[in-house]
Design a protein around this ligand. Structure first.
Ligand code: ZN
Length: 222
């Protein structure tokens, strides 16, 4: 806890002072460009990996970067998405999974979830992911199986995202773009799903983020 208190002190005495204008303007309101949906995992720092400032990203986090289909969840996910899209008018929604995801490991190995009934129940929203991996990646094992589960889950959650009326309506008007990302913890690289190739490819300055087509982002299984 001491580390957190020292951090608070440093933030208030150094960062707040050097960024005074930014924080004063943020006190008047927010206008984030994107909604980022990612895992609660402590190893992901959205602002750090995207080098963004307070006010740039509206962030939704939970175990497994899961988006319950509209009407299926009793949590705050639907409210957060609705607020970001309909009220704040974000232009982009990114679902960002990550390598070594404990939630996705739990999805693959439910026996490890004994004693975690809430997690087990929550992961039911990723049943599409589990079924896709079970039926289409029988030959993939070990860490590669976990990685492919992470990748498929991001796409499955994008499918769920499309069931939300505010998202659907803005997509139809061409006012919203969706992106599927996977963050690789060990290298800091971010990969995006490219619909044309059916593969994830690294995002770099020469290959900027490309939005998914309006319909059917499901991965081509080779
Ligand atoms: Zn995770």
């Amino acid at each position: 806890m001491q580390k957190l208190i020292q951090g608070l002190h440093k933030f208030q005495s150094e960062i707040c002072i050097s960024h005074q204008d930014l924080f004063r303007s943020l006190a008047k309101g927010q206008s984030p460009e994107a909604l980022l949906i990612t895992c609660s995992d402590s190893r992901i720092n959205p602002s750090l990996i995207t080098q963004t400032q307070p006010g740039d990203l509206f962030i939704l986090r939970n175990a497994g970067n899961i988006v319950p289909p509209y009407g299926a969840g009793s949590g705050g996910e639907a409210a957060t998405i609705e607020f970001a899209v309909a009220h704040l008018g974000v232009k982009h929604i990114i679902v960002c999974g990550h390598t070594h995801c404990g939630a996705m490991r739990g999805l693959l190995e439910p026996s490890g979830l004994e004693g975690l009934p809430a997690v087990k129940s929550w992961l039911q929203h990723a049943e599409l992911t589990r079924r896709l991996v079970l039926e289409n990646y029988r030959e993939v094992e070990g860490s590669a199986r976990l990685t492919v589960t992470v990748e498929e889950n991001v796409l499955a959650q994008i499918e769920n995202l499309r069931t939300h009326p505010t998202v659907r309506a803005r997509l139809a008007r061409g006012e919203l773009s969706l992106y599927a990302w996977v963050y690789k913890i060990e290298s800091g690289q971010v990969f995006q799903y490219e619909h044309e190739s059916g593969q994830y490819a690294q995002i770099c300055e020469t290959a900027p983020p490309s939005a998914l087509p309006e319909r059917s982002p499901l991965r081509r299984v080779f």
